[in-house]
Design a protein. Structure first.
Length: 495
């Protein structure tokens, strides 16, 4: 009984040991894999093959873990002490900064009081000088704009840059202008006044319309005009450069510019000056030329009048064409009648009749009818004079018609222009003057054209008519003398 009990006990113990080994074996293998580096004493856990070895391994593991726990506790304690020290240092730093902030705040308040005292003291010392510096600042700013727009800056460049810096500096209450800066400002103002009364030639660069830059001599007439290459030039304020005008004014102004540029020093020449410093010149450039106002005669012939685009419109083109025809006819009559008059005067001195003039042809009729009676001779000569009269009075009536019709046509153009103006007002209102400018321009231009044609053609008609009548009068006078002489010779009374 006792032996069986011992056997059972032994069997149970072995079973428990086997079960415990089976349970703890994976943990022992995991610990061996996890510990890559050995402990400080190079302790290695071996696989347990018996209960005693298992107990030894557990004991060794307990020792190792105890050491690790001790090391962790030591590091934690050390880090906690470090954190406490850092906290203590931060609190000390905060205390120092709070004291420094209080000190700086006190110093700031003291500085504010001191600045107020110094400012009050500065105001008392400046007195009326503050007003002077205010005026100086304003003058510096205004002078810079004046210099940039002045033609004198074409010769003396970059005169206004330092003035802007001076005005900006004086805008702050802490900086004032120096004596040298005030003297420089006074010098530049004096030079501006002095140079505005001089005619100076200096080398400069002209920017052409094509973008090309040409270096040449520039003539500056005070602060009113710039001349170069015999033409007017323009000072561009934005680019601070001398540029070529898009179009020159009329010929007489350009001729005066050429005279000034080619004049010798001290020579007095006639010159067209713009007292408004370029404003009048700009208006002269914008003004339409005669060709633009009335349309060219070639365009009239090409477009058959109705489609011409001058300011006078179709009516203006008709007036110009009529005036052109009238002047041509008058010139032709003047030349022809002058030649005929000269031949008639020559014939009066020559007893031999000639066929190249009206008087000679009338005298030839007398030579052919010397034997007839006085009444017949008078009829023959009257017939000859009537035959010559149309040649002498040809186209004179047409010139008179043109001189009368031209102002009437101009009046017609005026009415048409006013109609167009009122139509524009009806469509677009009277707010924009540009909408009415075309009609008013046509109305005024046609009136001017009609008068410009009527006046000279009327004068030419009177001149041509007088010349024609003088030639006819000479012929009639000579014819009457011939009849009287023939009646005296034949003893017949005049009818």
């Amino acid at each position: 009984m006792k032996a069986s009990t011992l056997n059972m006990t032994s069997t149970l113990r072995n079973t428990l040991i086997a079960s415990l080994l089976a349970i703890l074996a994976p943990f022992a293998m995991a610990e061996e894999a996890a510990e890559a580096a050995p402990a400080a004493d190079d302790l290695t856990l071996n696989q347990a093959n018996s209960l005693e070895q298992l107990l030894d391994n557990v004991e060794q593991r307990r020792v190792v873990e105890s050491r690790e726990h001790t090391e962790r506790e030591r590091r934690f304690t050390q880090e906690r002490a470090n954190q406490a020290k850092m906290l203590q240092d931060a609190q000390a730093e905060r205390t120092r900064e709070e004291r420094r902030s209080d000190r700086l705040e006190t110093q700031f308040e003291e500085n504010e009081i001191r600045i107020g005292d110094l400012t009050e003291q500065l105001d008392k010392r400046l007195g009326s000088l503050r007003e002077l510096f205010g005026v100086l600042q304003q003058v510096a700013g205004d002078t810079r704009g004046l210099f940039e727009a002045s033609l004198i800056s074409a010769q003396y460049e970059n005169r206004g840059e330092w003035l802007g810096e001076l005005a900006k500096k004086m805008g702050t209450a802490s900086q004032l202008a120096t004596i040298e800066e005030m003297e420089d400002l006074w010098f530049e103002l004096q030079r501006e006044m002095t140079e505005s009364g001089k005619v100076t030639k200096f080398p400069g660069t002209i920017t052409k319309l094509s973008g090309e830059k040409v270096n040449t001599d520039i003539v500056r007439v005070g602060s009113y005009a710039l001349l170069g290459e015999g033409e007017y030039l323009q000072w561009d304020v934005d680019t601070q450069a001398i540029i070529e005008l898009a179009r020159q004014p009329t010929g007489r102004h350009v001729s005066t510019a050429e005279a000034v540029q080619s004049a010798a020093p001290g020579e007095i020449v006639e010159f067209s000056i713009d007292p408004l410093r370029g404003s009048l010149l700009a208006l002269l450039i914008q003004a339409a030329t005669l060709e633009e106002q009335v349309g060219s005669i070639g365009a009239v012939a090409e477009c058959y009048l109705p489609f011409c685009d001058g300011q006078g419109g179709t009516v203006g083109a008709i007036i110009i064409l009529g005036g052109f025809i009238g002047v041509l006819l008058a010139l032709e009559r003047l030349i022809t009648l002058s030649m005929v008059g000269a031949k008639v005067n020559s014939q009066r001195k020559n007893p031999t009749p000639s066929d190249d003039n009206p008087l000679g042809r009338v005298l030839k009729v007398y030579d052919e009818n010397k034997e007839v009676d006085v009444e017949t001779l008078e009829l023959k000569l009257g017939e000859a004079i009537l035959g010559e009269t149309p040649k002498l009075t040809r186209n004179i009536t047409l010139i008179q018609v043109i001189s009368v019709v031209a102002p009437l046509t101009g009046l017609l153009g005026t009415v048409i222009g006013m109609i167009e103006t009122f139509q524009a007002i009806t469509l677009f209102g009277a707010g924009d003057p540009k909408t009415m400018a075309s009609g008013i321009s046509k109305a005024l231009m046609t009136t001017v054209l009609g008068l410009c044609v009527a006046i000279p053609t009327t004068l030419l008609h009177a001149l041509v008519n007088a010349r024609s009548k003088s030639v006819i009068h000479v012929i009639e006078e000579q014819s009457a003398g011939i009849i009287a002489e023939h009646a005296e010779k034949s003893g017949q009374p005049l009818g």
